[in-house]
Design a protein around this ligand. Sequence first.
Ligand code: SF4
Ligand code: SF3
Length: 542
Amino acid sequence: MGMYCNQCQESVHGSGCIVRGVCGKDDMTAKLQDVLVYATEGLALAAEQQQGSVSRNVGQLISESLFVTVTNTNFDEDAIVAQIRKTLALRDELKATLAVQPDHDVACWTGSSKDEFLAKAETSGLESLSENEDLQSLKSLVLFGIKGLAAYTDHAAVLGYHDDEIYAFYVKGLAALTKELTADELTALVLETGGVAVKAMALLDKANTETYGQPEITTVKTGVGKNPGILISGHDLRDLEDLLKQTEGTGVDVYTHCEMLPAHYYPAFKKYSHFVGNYGGSWWSQDREFETFNGPILMTTNCIVPVRESYRNRMFTTGMAGYPGLKHIAARPEGGQKDFSALVELAKSCPAPKELENGTITGGFAHNQVIALADKVVAAVKSGAIKRFVVMAGCDGRHKSRQYYTDVAAALPDNTVILTAGCAKYRYNKLELGDIGGIPRVLDAGQCNDSYSLAVIALKLKEVFELDDINDLPISFDIAWYEQKAVTVLLALLFLGVKGIRLGPTLPEFLTPNVAAVLVEKFGIKPIGTVAADVEAMMAGA
Ligand code: SF4
Ligand code: SF3
């Protein structure tokens, strides 16, 4: 049996990826990732039978293992095999303490070699695919939601923040995926995943803001300087902190790429004069941009695209990210820093980055900053200067159809404000959309997890305008998804009661017509349409 993966928006329409992923994931890597999910479910089953609360090391390992399987995070077979072994070892440690052993295959299966893992992939894949397809679809929705959650809780854990209730949910949710449940039970689990998603994003928000300060309005340069540079991408702020400390005074500048752009908005990083700007755009254009950057590149998380020879020797991974043949920077020792000296030394021998553009991007409109401007925003709404907010958060992707989001941003009337977060912003954050009485028409809250900020802002506006229902606000949601973190964000919005979300550029392949119909009926989710029709409908409140 070949690989099968349908977890992202670029999955081959109608069949999922069955020969090779559009993302570049090959058959072996895909199967090993399936086994890692399977092993993680086994760990959850063993943890479920423990007395007392779920231990922190179980929660953290689940976060790490599932994060490895998020789209574009880790393509390295050896790293995935090591993670499977680690997961099975902890499962077996827990099982050794049980008086009665679990009899489910997921909890009992053993293996330690790559061949045994690959052999298991054949049967575990078949098991899950033979189920009723609507139940499988609901289980996929839960699993992909938990994968996104895992990424967020891993980032929080790196900063020392944990929520044992979230870890308990991982155990409950993953164990449930191994059981025969009814459609109603699984639908309830989907909604619960949304509730936990809100908690996880709140936890990460707390971790980031308590550690690095509240994001502030910031203008970020997109040009380059004369010094050699290191480009850091992904979502891990702690990696950036270590890198900035280790490059200070070395003559090497640091630039952000894609989802690391919002790091510029945090006060803690503003003190570094060598933290000079953002280079390039969204994740999928990295192969061209990494080539012209000229210096070392550090990928802290997703999204990695197949690596070109031209920059292979100067690209590094760290954390849960991995790619065969690239150097991987080891985890930080307890209480210490990661060692980025190899990047710093390499950078010194590299030419400065080639300039791609020379402008600015403004952001930093997370909840604290927007609420500080609340009087101004409320006055603009009351006077009619702002007629509508349009939330256009989420992911970017390769497909040409995503031009829709650029065109919507350009077509929205001048009395609208776009609230954004995640890499979706690169479709319109360099357009000259102007401002409304000093309030920029694109308010960037930050990374995809900062969609939480957009929810906090919406809830604050609901309170200020004394409304009972978030859906009575002059807000429309036009969300773009690609990988599993966007599934998590979507489930969080549904949990918060947001109705009528437009989702694009296509609805998830893993939703069967019946499951999609439930989402349409309960939450009014709809696919995107044409730019003109959608803009008109949103301005009319639909
Ligand atoms: Fe295909 Fe997306 Fe899976 Fe990659 S992650 S194999 S592109 S469905
Ligand atoms: Fe982007 Fe990969 Fe989802 Fe964090 S960097 S939003 S796609």
